[in-house]
Design a protein around this ligand. Sequence first.
Ligand code: G6P
Length: 613
Amino acid sequence: MCGIVAYLGNRQAYDVIIKGLHRLEYRGYDSAGIALNLSSGLKVYKCKGKVSDLENHIANQDTNSTIGIGHTRWATHGVPNDVNAHPHSSQSKGLVMIHNGIIENYSPIKIELQKRGHVFESDTDTEVLIHLIEEIKNNEKCSLTEAVRLSLNEVVGAYAIVVMDKNDNNMLVAAKKGSPLVVGIGEDEFFCASDATPIIEYTKNVVYLEEEEIVEINRGEEIKIINIKNQTKTPYIQELEMSLEAIEKGGYPHFMLKEIFEQPRSILDSMRGRMNANENYVKMGGISEYKQKIMNAERFIVVACGTSWHAGLVAEYLFEDLTRIPVEVEYASEFRYRNPIITEKDVVIAISQSGETADTLAAIELAKSKGATVFGVCNVAGSSIARATHAGSYTHAGPEIGVASTKAFTAQVTVLTLMALHIAQAKGSIKESRFHQILSEMEGIPAKVHKTLQSNDLIYKIAEEFQDAHNFLYLGRGYSFPVALEGALKLKEISYIHAEGYPAAEMKHGPIALIDEKMPVVVIATKGVNYEKVVSNIQEVKARKGIIISIVTEGDSQVKEMSDYSIEIPDVEECLVPLVSVVPLQLLSYHIAVMRGCNVDQPRNLAKSVTVE
Ligand code: G6P
């Protein structure tokens, strides 16, 4: 969590950094700060709140500098307040630093430093590290880069840091372990950032720092990279494929709404070049090298968190149905600590939008250490998870900025469906006719999602009715059960209304006790093998005066008549329903949250990229 940006070049560093922090605000927004090296000396501006609060705080102050570092925070150590905001300064105030990550052993280091006279202003682990760096620099009489290197050998934990020296207007030192750091290389200018979004409008040339690498950036020179063992590394410069439009709101009031409406496109992009219904094939470059291992897997273990875990649950139904290989879906945070049984015949599928989620990364490392093959399904190219896995397929959803995941989910389900079909065809576990039918239906999904989005006005009206509800229940069976979980998660995370997702039939083992005339119950009741059973579950709710909001298949009359409100979606092959039925649930949450005055793109206490466990 936390977003960091740094600049060294000929532009006004303040402008580049503030713009960059706005782009990275999805990573955390408890407090923000910036340090600039002005002609009058080094100046640190920081405050509690969002980047816009920082801008107000700095208004009319001197910001004239061509070098600077900035930070937007998601608090781990210390409450979000002005003092704990980054950048943090060393004991003499000669060095300043921004940090994304956690220094786990900060406490013993802090005690030692205090014994030697260091005084700390904040409760943060970051301040301890910058004090340590300065002390080592003074004691060893070495360069800043060397002091950073020696210090990083003493710390345990995760970091993406950038350090600036009050006495050197021409140099920045940055390093990375466990948290992402991209270095942008322009014409006589350099950028550092947690992801490429602050960099893209200035240069497409970037270097993704590897684990434990340190980069020294000097004005007018080429960057130098070493690792913490002092080995020199050759920078690998890559060209960014992302476009600037993709990371701007494009006329929508919120990124979340823009991203919901982008789904016909992002689903199509995630299929493009990977399938052809006429020629009856699915082609996935990411699988080819490990095809035998994957086809002969004794078990798939899906590891993920949050919405990605819900995509994993959809995959469980798909893979077992189509490939007949058993699947287990695990919260990465539980899996990594429970001594799981993993063998070389297992294939682990790690799903992650950001590709940076700490628990998912740790689960991957554990699976690799036991000899399993690990396949990644990530949205962010070059991310830590994409690099840590043996093979993988990207979801081509484009940058997702809204903290609540929407288009990443449908892109993940798209890629996982293709993967299941590909393996099933290769194994012969699916009839050619069914394979062809599902593939043909997949081609039509973007248009069906587009059609579903046209229910936006109706969904807005339903949202108006329920904006003051205190609780919501979401029910679904089979493929619609994970969608119920995802619908409930969307609502609670952005509107702060308590919501629970449940398998419809399980309702009678507990949640049914909650149902009264004030309880809205969202039921995914589309056509399929469980339709009649879901009808019975709806009757159980109605018998207790619950309010039914149903998602039904176009032309349905039975459920519609029993419901207080209904939203129709086009008829879709059952295993593909989640790709369409989740869309009205995203819109319902979005409208309710906006009506309640919530910040939908940046819900309280959340962050998009959870790089802490
Ligand atoms: C956070 C985000 C969620 C996301 C989850 C997993 O909680 O707010 O939207 O689903 O992390 O993130 P990942 O990047 O691994 O998919």
